[in-house]
Design a protein around this ligand. Structure first.
Ligand code: FMN
Length: 476
């Protein structure tokens, strides 16, 4: 089985460059990271009539720790507080908030409805207050909420009970989530009602004080599945026009019911076939029938390649809708985790990494950069950088300095070491012991019904009762 190098051991720029070169990873970085107000990452960004204070973003990161009604708990509040004190000036969604109780991905997911509105307002206030306590002002802080319907990966009632709602019968994914009849296929009317739920949630988000909503189109959830519904009959399937109808209807509803609310979209701009454990448990692509795999949005038909024609058309659709805020991610954590969150060690129970994880990082970055190059008017946040570890700031600076991305997103790093952004901007040395190492404890825990957090570096989670269980899982 192939062993990959440890990024933490690549202590100099030349060692990192040599490793990238030997491993054939196409990734650029700056040898030195600047700090202070003139540095690339400290530059503000003007989005319409708002100014965003620097180029760090926090990506949506859920914790599987809401209460039964979808309200935030103390754990959720602590996470959002840390997002606020991170120093990042763009909060791209906080975490997935379901637009109805029954479209959650897990029974502890957040929900935004009239019943939870007050608690969600308090959550937002905590984040903003934490930011104000640590930095000059929150005037240049832009906070959005990710609105979501888990679709095929719906588990609203029991952690162990998938209750998928799908857009089409999928030859490979149906087996993974237990779809064996047409009953879970949503009708056009049900989709139209879901559009109303997204709009209603957006109105609540605006009333609470969120500056934007992210109409989630990633990671296999409903919005993302829309984009690959190539064989679905009716007005939400088939042509590209039909597959983006859901987005257009949600946006039209928000514009009419919540004028002034900014809209963003997080999109899986490419996808692969599902991967499964093969020889020595190493991930390999699932076999599919026929010569062309049509269900990967942004795929080239081979199941493991990329064709950006449709993602570019999607960017054009966003532009035509007056949307500039876009966050680029890829794939789906449930069936090809290595293309969305590259890591050295897989979650317990999953396949082992099929490639050098830095290749996964480079793929995500290079897709975002290519979209930025070809459709430069949108405002791009790039995802999947945490595995860069010590080198995250160097790559991030290069991306922004070269104009390859507008914002660099922090996902897992925002759990282990949220202040990385503040430390970089202030020119303080990195706190090495807090750097995310891609150990996957944050995904192993929820896969086994436990709350998520950084069980490796965050004392708070090391002291929690779940810690021993997570350690037993990773060592078994
Ligand atoms: C514990 C955990 C929770 C996540 N929650 C969400 C979420 O609520 N919404 C979403 O779009 N992505 C979610 N993601 C994906 C991350 O936002 C991000 O795309 C991924 O971790 C890769 O970025 P990174 O390398 O900085 O971690 C989650 C990932 C993890 C590990």
């Amino acid at each position: 089985m192939k062993q990959y190098g440890r990024v933490a051991q690549l202590r100099t720029a030349s060692a990192f460059r040599d490793y990238l070169s030997t491993s054939r990873v196409p990734l650029e970085f700056d040898d030195e990271v600047q700090s202070g107000p003139d540095s690339s990452l400290a530059q503000s960004y003007v989005l319409g009539d708002r100014t965003i204070g620097n180029r760090f973003a926090v990506l949506p990161m859920e914790g599987w720790d809401g209460d039964a009604e979808g309200r935030p708990t103390e754990l959720t509040t602590r996470r959002w507080q840390r997002f606020g004190l991170s120093g990042a000036k763009l909060i791209f969604g906080g975490e997935a908030a379901a637009v109805r109780q029954d479209c959650r991905a897990n029974p502890n997911g957040l929900v935004l409805t009239r019943d939870t509105q007050k608690d969600m307002a308090a959550l937002l206030a905590t984040l903003v207050r934490a930011h104000e306590d640590h930095f000059d002002s929150s005037d240049d802080l832009l906070v959005g909420l990710q609105l979501s319907h888990a679709g095929r990966f719906r588990r609203p009632h029991e952690k162990t009970k998938p209750e998928p709602q799908v857009l089409y019968r999928h030859p490979l994914l149906d087996g993974i989530v237990g779809v064996n009849s047409d009953a879970p296929v949503l009708t056009d009317d049900e989709i139209a009602r879901t559009v109303d739920d997204f709009v209603a949630a957006a109105v609540l988000a605006r009333d609470i004080g969120f500056s934007f909503v992210d109409v989630k189109h990633c990671h296999g959830y409903l919005g993302h599945e829309m984009l690959s519904a190539v064989n679905r009959p009716g007005c939400y399937g088939g042509t590209f026009e039909n597959r983006t109808r859901f987005l257009r209807e949600v946006v039209a509803g928000i514009r009419s019911e919540a004028p002034g609310l900014e809209i963003g979209v997080r999109v899986s701009a490419f996808d692969f076939v599902p991967f499964k454990a093969g020889k020595d448990q190493v991930g390999e692509p699932a076999a599919f029938e026929g010569d062309v795999y049509p269900y990967a949005f942004g795929g080239d038909g081979s199941g493991v390649g990329i064709d950006l024609s449709e993602p570019l058309a999607f960017m054009d659709t966003l532009s035509a809708l007056g949307i500039r805020l876009v966050c680029i991610t890829g794939g789906c954590g449930y069936y090809n985790y290595h293309i969305i969150r590259p890591c050295l060690i897989a979650s317990k129970g999953s396949y082992l990494p099929p490639e050098e994880p830095l290749l996964g990082v480079a793929r995500l970055i290079n897709v975002a950069s290519e979209l930025k190059r070809l459709r430069p008017d949108l405002c791009y946040t790039v995802s999947g950088l945490s595995y860069l570890q010590e080198w995250l700031p160097n790559v991030a600076q290069n991306l922004v300095r070269m104009g390859h991305a507008d914002f660099v997103g922090l996902g897992r790093m925002a759990l282990s070491y949220p202040e990385m952004a503040a430390d970089v901007l202030a020119g303080r040395p990195l706190q090495r012991e807090r750097i995310c190492r891609g150990c996957s404890r944050c995904t192993t825990a929820p896969r086994h019904g436990l709350v998520s957090g950084c069980y490796l570096t965050d004392r708070f989670y090391r002291d929690r009762p779940e810690y021993e269980q997570v350690e037993r899982l990773v060592r078994s």
